[in-house]
Design a protein around this ligand. Structure first.
Ligand code: NDP
Length: 306
């Protein structure tokens, strides 16, 4: 029987561990503060922002939303970020991506004070990650490391394959695994024989954005599979192909007209050592690590705990 790695349980443990740290800050200074900037109207981003603000409220982190309209210029965005940089009550600044095409995204991300870069996209944070020195770590890969640790899955000396090389997930994931002494291979769309690379791995992290792409023949039966992908299926034949034997998923699709699947074909989970389900695996960890980064930012401001 493959072991299920429950991301909600790990999220709850992370959030629980933050509570005394937030209480200590609240007592001696003030609660940590997070500013979230969401430009224009984007229903998916609005849902993410709402969940982030809700997580702050539940924990006692002060949060505020900035909702400029889609026609804001790059200069106006830079002005907004500068004003947040200067605010002593704001520890973390998060700009929800993607930004509208006319805004210079790189310039905006560069303008965030590195000490408030809770998403860890600033080159300063990237350099700290590469050098394995203290700094913010990107939330999703950092959450995956916490999950591996929580379930006591050994990483040192293991072969890890990361499928995907994005700046947000794939590359930082590979670096974190490397720093934890795994032997890491990064695969991408030009990798010659993806299946054979994956089959050699003790740990596979799939971060491709391709629904059910990695089928059972990509994994050895001892593999730990971490499925980062979030893909929405909207047509019934695709759902049938993916979940032919899972009545609950078919019923869910019939009710909602949509169903989520990761980058790993669900059948592959039946024959591996352990796996993260979609949903309920990696997804819940990302916001928990954003909260963790915000608390860490506040602690750094008031006394340099690490
Ligand atoms: P990107 O689109 O930025 O990157 C996808 C990567 O996958 C690229 O490096 C690409 O290779 C690689 N890839 C695509 N097709 C193939 C293929 N056929 N064979 C091998 N490699 C391939 O995606 P992200 O990294 O931003 O996100 C990946 C997935 O993770 C998405 O489904 C996203 O929704 C999800 N996600 C989930 C999060 C969570 O909290 N659970 C958080 C962030 C992302 P190449 O570079 O050659 O093009």
């Amino acid at each position: 029987m493959s072991r299920i790695l429950d991301g909600k349980r790990v999220r709850d443990a992370i959030l629980e561990s933050l509570k005394p740290r937030i209480a200590a800050l609240d007592e001696t200074q003030r609660p940590p503060g997070l500013a979230v900037v969401l430009v224009g109207e984007n229903p998916a981003s609005e849902i993410y922002v709402r969940s982030k603000v809700k997580a702050c409220q539940d924990l006692g982190i002060a949060s505020e939303k900035h909702l400029p309209t889609a026609d804001i210029s790059t200069e106006e965005m830079l002005f907004l970020i500068q004003s947040l940089n200067q605010r002593p009550d704001i520890d973390g600044i998060l700009v929800q991506l993607p930004l509208p095409a006319h805004i210079d995204e790189t310039q905006v991300l560069l303008s965030i004070d590195p000490s408030k870069d809770v998403d860890a996209f600033h080159p300063y944070s990237v350099a700290a990650l590469v050098a394995n020195s203290p700094g913010f770590r990107p939330c999703t890969p950092a959450g995956i490391m916490r999950l591996l640790d929580h379930y006591q899955i050994p990483v040192a000396g293991k072969r890890a394959v990361v499928v995907g090389r994005s700046d947000i997930v794939g590359k930082p994931m590979a670096l974190l695994l490397l720093h934890a002494n795994a032997t890491v291979t990064i695969c991408h769309s030009k990798t010659a024989d993806l299946a054979s690379e994956c089959r050699k791995a003790d740990i596979v992290v799939a971060a491709m954005g391709r629904a059910g792409f990695l089928t059972q023949d990509f994994f050895n039966p001892e593999a730990v599979i971490i499925d980062v992908g979030i893909n929405r299926l909207r047509d019934r034949p695709a759902v049938d192909r993916m979940f032919s034997s899972d009545v609950s998923k078919l019923t869910e699709f019939d009710k909602k007209g949509t169903v989520l699947v990761g980058d790993v074909h669900p059948a592959a989970f039946q024959n591996c050592a352990a796996f993260t389900p979609v949903p309920g695996g990696v997804g819940p960890l990302t916001i928990a690590m954003l909260m963790s980064n915000t608390v860490w930012a506040a602690e750094q401001r008031y006394g340099g705990q690490s």
